[in-house]
Design a protein around this ligand. Structure first.
Ligand SMILES: Nc1ncnc2c1ncn2[C@@H]1O[C@H](COP(=O)(O)OP(=O)(O)O)[C@@H](O)[C@H]1O
Ligand SMILES: [Mg+2]
Length: 156
């Protein structure tokens, strides 16, 4: 099945956060967002926006869970923010109970998702961020699964 793809260029942190906020407003329980991109690409910045869009008003609560592996935020639905940067494989993530968080009633957001493909559900939204200059980021959004096709349609 062919997914949908949307690409745009963000020229500032605020624009990336604004896009994240718009996306966050469209998410429902059970959704998974897979984030891909090098260090400094803007994954955590985007998460700040998504979390705001899900109803968390204090964006300062959002920090990379590099050492904790997962942070939980209480928005209009629970948000599980994973960071697989330090992981060698998916097992360590499964060991902390990622399966229940990813297949549960919240939204799961996974930074460095390409390192732990075994933790992702069959259907998810993949966002790849690439730095093109100090303040510019290419943002590519790709849907895997029809519910995510709808989200992309609503972002257009
Ligand atoms: N357009 C942009 N979108 C997102 N971040 C940007 C942008 N321009 C500059 N930046 C900077 O890039 C860095 C992104 O860091 P972060 O979001 O922590 O990335 P990651 O989680 O991918 O390592 C921040 O220092 C931020 O200020
Ligand atoms: Mg990060």
């Amino acid at each position: 099945m062919k997914g949908k793809k949307l690409t745009f260029k963000s020229t500032s942190v605020d624009e990336t956060i604004g896009f994240g906020r718009k996306l966050g407003m469209l998410l429902s329980p059970g959704d998974t967002i897979a984030l891909v991109g090098e260090l400094g690409a803007g994954k955590t910045t985007l998460v700040k926006g998504i979390v705001q869009g899900l109803g968390v008003t204090d964006r300062r609560v959002v920090k990379s869970p590099t050492f904790a592996l997962v942070h939980k935020y209480e928005g209009r639905i629970p948000i599980y923010h994973f960071d697989a940067y330090r992981l060698e494989d998916a097992q360590e993530m499964l060991d902390i109970g990622s399966d229940e968080m990813i297949h549960g009633n919240g939204v799961a957001i996974v930074e460095w998702a390409d390192k732990v493909p075994g933790c992702l559900p069959d259907e998810y939204l993949k966002i790849t961020l690439t730095a093109i200059s100090e303040n510019e980021r290419n943002i590519e959004i790709r849907s895997y699964g029809s519910r995510y096709d709808k989200i992309i349609n609503n972002l257009l």
